[in-house]
Design a protein around this ligand. Structure first.
Ligand code: HEM
Length: 494
């Protein structure tokens, strides 16, 4: 009798041990994956991120403990966070870390649509190459495109002047001005600041970035793709849907009036390409669905980003009147009062350029950009990276490294100056990302920032309105890090 019980006990213990061993086998981490904090059972590090006030700062602190290549488990998804230029360079020049995670938001709205920012593989490389060649042919980044931006900057100055030095919130004006540049490239037209249909669209655009939150990257986790019942997802779906509807209307109008001998904008050129390849290559990534999503992405990526940097720029000028006066002095010395700044003045405006660079550095507007996905098993600095790992660059950490940026929290444009010129430190500023998927609109954004900023400071002095609350440099927690809403007075310099 006792033998039976002893045998049974042995069998149960052996059975439990076998089950535990199999569970361990199934859930064990592959060897040599990057180190990182453990987190909770099942949810891993996700609760800590969700509860964090400032996700990039939290991840930077963890990286000080675990290193430049760190991993966290977010509800079963392995995510690798990179916090040094050498780690980001090695990872993001590697074709095997150049894919993007699946995104069911777009998939729901345009089931077959793939754009340029969220797709992978052949779809991405063909689209990106085509878009890049189009941007080049429109002269973006060169002086031939300058007039489009100066015309818009002049409209912005006129609009700000119309407040007659009374307080206003510059958010909608900047968003309208910058979006108009994207619209002039894509749709071949701009929209008036008073156009209610366009204003509604811009409000949706700003709201999309707010709703996405600073855990923007979290949107791409497999678990997030299942939370489609949440009110925030429903709001995103409805807002993105209304932006898509607007774009669809513009594409339809272009299709109706299409003239292959007169392709003046992005949509016409893309439609012409689709037409020229029909029959020859039915599977080409250049197709009507992808056109829709690509325009949506250019519109999103190109509008709130630059306009948000301009909002920071005005706020920092109000908070640091001595820097504002320094930029104005330089503009007056180099440009004078009888004309407006031109792109060709830039090499002679080192303090103005340093101020723009410092604004980009001190408030990195995309601190944790959209994740990359490893399309196959690979390595980063010797660590094993399994297939389908998400890889994120922590740009906030890169712009705060004390060894490169002394007193990194201090706003100090002169850090970029050496012997009266902009120093090579400029090359170390990585706010547009690094590698194969680095920002595609960087040249356009830099042109826009210089022209808008120099026009505004040439024409106005920005001041905190009397009686307004003290200036705060705190930010919102959106996918794009924006200043809290504020008011300014544009005091004419003439
Ligand atoms: C201050 C302004 C801007 C900043 C700081 C910025 C920053 C970034 C960053 C950090 C990335 C991610 C890089 C990566 O995934 O590795 C990115 C991607 C991208 N940006 Fe920008 N951006 C700005 C303006 C623009 C503009 C004006 C456009 C176009 C009109 C644009 C279009 C894109 C696109 C299409 C991508 C995706 C590229 C790809 O996946 O291949 N951006 N941007």
């Amino acid at each position: 009798m006792w033998n039976v019980i002893a045998d049974l006990r042995t069998a149960v213990i052996a059975g439990v041990a076998a089950v535990l061993f199999l569970l361990w086998l199934a859930h064990r981490q592959p060897r040599n994956i990057p180190p990182g904090p453990r987190g909770w059972p099942l949810l891993g590090y996700l609760p800590k991120l969700i509860l964090s006030d400032d996700v990039p700062v939290t991840l930077t602190k963890e990286a000080q403990r675990y290193g430049e290549v760190m991993s966290v488990n977010l509800a079963g998804q392995l995510v690798v966070v990179l916090t040094s230029p050498r780690a980001v360079k090695e990872a993001f020049y590697n074709p095997d870390v150049s894919s993007r995670p699946y995104n069911n938001l777009y998939h729901t709205l345009v089931p077959n649509g793939k754009g340029v920012a969220t797709c992978s593989g052949q779809d991405w490389s063909v689209q990106r190459k085509f878009c890049q060649s189009m941007f080049n042919s429109f002269g973006i980044g060169k002086s031939s495109f300058e007039d489009s931006i100066t015309t818009e900057a002049a409209s912005l100055v006129k609009e700000m002047r119309s407040y007659k030095e009374r307080p206003f919130n510059p958010t909608a004006l900047f968003c309208n001005a910058v979006s108009n540049i994207t619209c002039s490239v894509t749709f071949g037209k701009r929209f008036e600041y008073s156009d209610p249909r366009f204003q509604k669209l811009l409000a949706s655009l700003i709201r999309v970035f707010e709703v996405m939150g600073s855990g923007g990257a979290v949107q791409f986790l497999p678990i997030a793709q299942k939370l489609t019942f949440l009110p925030s997802y429903k709001e995103l779906l409805s807002r993105v849907g209304s932006i898509m509807k607007f774009i669809r209307g513009e594409v339809e109008a272009h299709r109706r009036d299409f003239d292959p001998d007169n392709c003046l904008d992005f949509i016409d050129t893309y439609l012409n390409k689709i037409r020229s390849q029909s029959g020859a290559d039915a599977t080409s990534p250049l197709n009507p669905d992808n056109l829709l999503v690509t325009i949506f992405e250019l519109f999103m990526a190109g509008s709130d980003t630059t306009s948000c940097s301009l909002r920071w720029a005005l706020l920092f000028m109000m908070a640091h009147p001595e820097v504002q006066a320094g930029v104005q002095q330089e503009l007056d010395d180099v440009v004078g009062r009888n004309r407006l700044p031109r792109l060709s003045d830039l090499p002679n405006l080192p303090y103005t350029e340093s101020t723009i660079l410092e604004i980009l550095r001190v408030r990195v507007i995309a601190p944790l950009p959209m994740p990359h996905r490893a399309s196959k098993q690979t390595q980063i600095l010797g660590y094993h990276i399994p297939k389908d790992t998400l890889v994120i660059e922590n740009l906030w950490a890169l712009c705060r490294k004390e060894s490169v940026w002394k007193d990194a929290d201090t706003f100090d444009p002169s850090r970029f100056l050496k012997d009266g010129k902009v120093s090579s430190l400029r090359e170390k500023l990585s706010v547009f990302g690094i590698g194969r998927r680095a920002c595609f609109g960087e040249k356009l954004a830099r042109m826009e920032l210089f022209i808008f900023f120099s026009f505004l400071l040439h024409q106005f002095t920005f001041k905190k309105p009397e009686g307004a609350p003290p200036i705060t440099l705190k930010s919102t927690n959106g996918f794009v890090v924006a200043p809290l809403p504020y008011q300014t007075c544009a005091v004419s310099r003439d």
